[in-house]
Design a protein around this ligand. Structure first.
Ligand code: NAD
Length: 256
């Protein structure tokens, strides 16, 4: 039977890349994101790969909208086999200047939403005795950097939740793992490159090599296709005993 994956934040960047990898593998895709043309994006991927898709503009800050998104997708597709928690934002600032609203938004979107989505899909996965939960965390789920207090806190929190869900899901055929990328050139990172170039008053190419990719041994951006391939593998039967792990795909950053 055709499997269904719901990916949060899938109308841009890594989420969209993963959606295409799952579509290529024949999955039906429930899209979500705040991009205004989200519906068109979901339809274009559906048409390109010949798979059924849907789109929800649910805001990951609001549990009621999350529950409605899951309920709608379950009704439309008959169940959610794979949940990918990918939606995320970033804000960079020293702790003493870190705005409280930015802290709350990052904790809410990057961490709390993972609890709410996972809780909402759990009943269906348990009943079908199959489920895959994949959390898009970050190298910052395993290592810290200065000025990223909220992001590092949220991502480390999801590392913990990943382990707990792995233990709770074990008897029901549910696995839970995290993918921890280094830097991927998406709108989220392009914003950081511009900001750093202005802050340091150096060209963007220099920012990429000396600031952005400083911590990666391999000084190259991770490709969204590589993350998509790993996510599809984690969703497969071959990965049925991989659970509770955080898998870096980070050019050797966390080897240090
Ligand atoms: P992106 O900005 O390209 O995409 C983020 C997606 O999340 C968008 O579709 C956006 O609409 C959605 N989103 C944001 N806030 C939302 C909300 N409140 N409700 C619903 N959707 C919301 O960013 P990206 O780089 O593709 O990041 C995706 C994930 O990967 C994030 O969790 C990020 O932390 C993580 N990550 C990114 C990198 C990187 O280098 N780009 C590295 C490691 C981890």
């Amino acid at each position: 039977m055709t499997k269904t994956v719901l990916i949060t934040g899938s109308t841009s960047g890594i989420g969209l890349g993963m959606a295409k990898s799952f579509a290529k593998a024949g999955y039906q895709i429930a899209f979500n994101g705040l991009e205004k043309n989200g519906l068109e994006i979901s339809q274009a991927v559906g048409a390109e790969f010949g798979v059924k898709t849907s789109f929800s503009p649910a805001n990951m800050l609001f549990p009621e909208q999350i529950r409605q998104m899951i309920a709608d997708a379950e009704q439309l597709f008959g169940g959610i086999d794979v949940l990918v928690n990918n939606a995320g934002i970033q804000f960079v600032s020293p702790i003493d200047e870190f705005p409280e609203d930015k802290w709350n938004a990052i904790i809410g979107i990057n961490m709390n939403s993972v609890f709410h989505t996972s809780k909402a899909v759990w009943k269906g996965m348990k009943a079908r005795k199959f489920g895959r939960i994949i959390n898009l965390t970050s190298a910052h789920a395993l290592r810290a950097s200065e000025f990223k207090s909220a992001y590092v806190t949220a991502k480390h929190g999801v590392t913990g939740l990943t382990k707990v869900l792995a233990l709770e899901g074990a008897e029901f055929g549910i696995t839970c793992n995290a993918i921890c990328p280094g830097y991927v050139k998406t709108p989220l990172v392009e914003g950081q490159i511009k900001d750093q170039a202005t802050a340091h008053n150096i060209p963007e190419a220099e920012v990429i090599q000396k600031v952005i990719l400083k911590k990666q041994a391999i000084k190259d951006f991770v490709k969204v296709e590589s993350i998509g391939a790993l996510a599809v593998f984690l969703a497969s039967d071959a990965a049925n005993l991989i659970t509770g792990t955080s898998i870096p795909i980070d050019g050797g950053w966390t080897a240090q």
